[in-house]
Design a protein around this ligand. Structure first.
Ligand code: NAD
Ligand code: ZN
Length: 271
């Protein structure tokens, strides 16, 4: 593992344009369960039954009770973890330019990343199905399920349900940055949800090095990952940043004149 981290640090320290694609796994250490994998929500519920737009429109009460209410409780208080913070460090080092995220938890922005493309929307806001008014999720009153807008319309999260379109700008820019990057960090995604899962293929086809961080192998691992770092994002990412810092010279210090002694004054000239 240390060898793979060192090789990944070599790549990233010299990368001209690095991009990260993140999935639910990067937020697991913030207490947010993923969909797939051990402890994932899909062990308990059927996605097509509850996370499809048709299921929501047919029976919003059930989808709110089974899926959305729990997400609100967890996301209202979730905080970034060392994996998110490492991505901010990489951005401040001038290496990471953009984060493409499938997550709806807003934790990359909360941690401090500047350019975050939200592929699946953001859970922080709800929209009224009738009048389109928007309201902050944290302010939604859950005493009545499904919660309603002041006009009486049902509220839905501003996230992309299965069966819905990806926000146009996020999709186009994600494709563009994936095609432009020379290194892509793929962190905590099962790479099963399309079209997000095509981004690493776009990057690879355009010559980027794929560095994957995940405790489990994914469909990408044997196919396109150049450097698979098997482990949790919260421990691997800070190690990676540390290894990169060792390769980057510290910012040069301003040249300070030698201290003046009683034998030498500021106006003295040196013969
Ligand atoms: P996923 O749930 O399909 O897969 C999660 C992946 O994370 C798995 O491959 C798992 O092995 C890995 N993982 C688990 N713990 C990890 C850790 N500590 N560090 C790194 N990786 C870890 O996630 P997905 O690929 O993002 O697709 C699911 C969809 O569900 C997404 O599109 C997203 O919209 C949505 N979702 C979002 C959140 C969130 O916003 N935090 C949470 C659950 C689901
Ligand atoms: Zn309304």
């Amino acid at each position: 593992m240390s060898d793979l981290i060192e090789r990944s640090a070599d790549i990233l320290a010299t990368a001209r344009y690095a991009v990260a694609l993140t999935g639910a796994g990067i937020s697991v250490e913030s207490g947010i369960p993923p969909f797939r994998g051990p402890g994932g929500l899909w062990e308990k519920i059927d996605p097509m039954k509850y996370a499809h737009i048709d299921a929501f429109l047919d029976d919003p009460e059930t989808v709110w009770n089974v899926l959305i209410k729990n997400m609100k409780t967890v996301l209202d208080t979730a905080q970034p973890n060392p994996g998110h913070i490492a991505l901010v460090d990489l951005e401040r080092l001038g290496i990471l330019k953009t984060v493409i995220t499938q997550n709806v938890d807003g934790l990359h922005q909360m941690a401090g990343n500047g350019d975050v493309l939200e592929f699946h929307g953001n859970f922080a806001w709800q929209s009224c199905l009738d009048c389109s008014r928007r309201i902050e999720t944290a302010l939604v009153d859950l005493t009545r399920i499904p919660p309603r807008c002041s006009c009486g319309g049902i509220l839905r999260p501003d996230c992309v349900f299965f069966g819905e379109m990806i926000p146009h700008e996020a999709l186009i820019r994600s494709q563009h940055v994936s095609a432009s990057c020379d290194a892509m960090l793929v962190i905590g995604t099962s790479a099963m949800v399309q079209p997000a899962a095509t981004m690493p293929f776009i990057a690879k086809d355009n010559g980027a090095v794929i560095i994957e961080i995940n405790p489990e192998p994914t469909p990408l691992t044997s196919r396109i990952s150049d450097l698979p770092l098997l482990g949790d994002a919260g421990s691997i990412m800070p190690r990676l940043v540390k290894a990169i810092r060792r390769r980057i010279p510290p910012p040069s210090q301003p040249i300070t004149p030698p201290p003046m002694t009683k034998h030498r004054k500021a106006h003295d000239t040196i013969a």
